[in-house]
Design a protein. Sequence first.
Length: 460
Amino acid sequence: MAELIQNRKLSPVELVQAHLDRIERVNPKINAYVQLDTERALTAARDAEHAIMRNESVGPLHGVPISIKSSIEVAGMRCEAGTKLRAGYVARGDAPLVSRLRKAGAIILGVTNTPELLMAWETDNLLYGRTNNPWDLSRTPGGSSGGESAAIASGCSAGGVGSDGGGSIREPAHFCGICGLKATPGRIPATGHFPHSAGPFALTGVIGPMARTMGDLKILFEVMQGPDIGDPSAAPVPVRWPDRNDLKKTRIGYFEDDGRTPVTLETRTAVKSAAEALRNAGFEVEPFRPEGLEKARELWWKYFGIAGGMLLGPMTKGRDGELSPILKEFNSWVAAEPAHTAQSLLESWIERDLVRMQIFEQMEKFQVLLCPVASIPALRHRERRWQIEGKTVEYLDAWSYCEWFNLLGMPAATVPITSSGEGLPIGVQIAARPWGEELVLAVAHSLEQQHGVSRRPPEI
């Protein structure tokens, strides 16, 4: 889109209007957007067109219409994170990453739906209701960036921004057949996100791009990345794309399951197909599953679940009548376990560092990991357990394939690969050690070129 605009083959005004028309037709069925910024978007599109006609220098996203998850501050737009406890909250300014996107020429169409306080892998709340998957309206687009994934997959947005504390970018991308990147904490600033990036949320939660192709994801990453003083995990890491020859020296280890939570046969097939495609692309690919993943999963819950629940507890205490069923369910899981003491939090912190060292040492041999994103493709609304390979898989266990990488601080991307017998998208996950986003995106792009799929959902 940006290239066509820059070459005067596509009008930014017509492009933005086409997206707004698409939203008017489709959004009532999928409920992806919670607020549109129609007038400002059209004004920005007219300005973008004038800049092209005047031969002005423009950014890499000039005139491209995008969307933003409604837990990230966009000036003048609602930033409620799906909760009645923040109903009516309007951001006074743009988050740094939003400012960077605007500076690059992107035009923001609106903000998208989330589960309440982002604490679910499906998108529903008492403020705006349920978001539906454009591939099958009886299923969820995932969560917590479910509004984003549904908007992008359905053509209501060219790309956008989500956040991820336990799979919240990668699982929705997998459910909706698009691409998504969970970055290293601090690589893309989480400043302006709610819940705030502090404490356990700063260690596990990140912001990242979502789009229909890896090429689009790369452009969004380049624009959004870079340190910001408001993110406690920030570091001045320069962008370094791997040399093509060096890239092919990368050794990739893959595993079809984690030995604990089974995956569907179609998911296994997707991983094996991806491994073969990367092998055909010239990479050295071998079966490999790091030791320590189960420990990482257990520790992730101590941060995201127990510590996260303690942080949100004062906000929700005594207000059960205003909370969604999904958040009440999350609170019940947290309440079933003892709260952290100073000692238990300190022990969890030390254990986290030790398991990171253990896994990163193993990754000296395999710099990249290939594995499933989740046990299943998109679930039906309110489904809670599944029978896979003769075993019952519970809701919290189905996404454990994402959760390790949040605890470990590793960048990871979802790449669409195939579809289930019911026509639902199935993706795989590419991960590397911290600050290796460029390696993840380069390998994922090679996989997409060799074997990726880019199909549109059925017309809604």
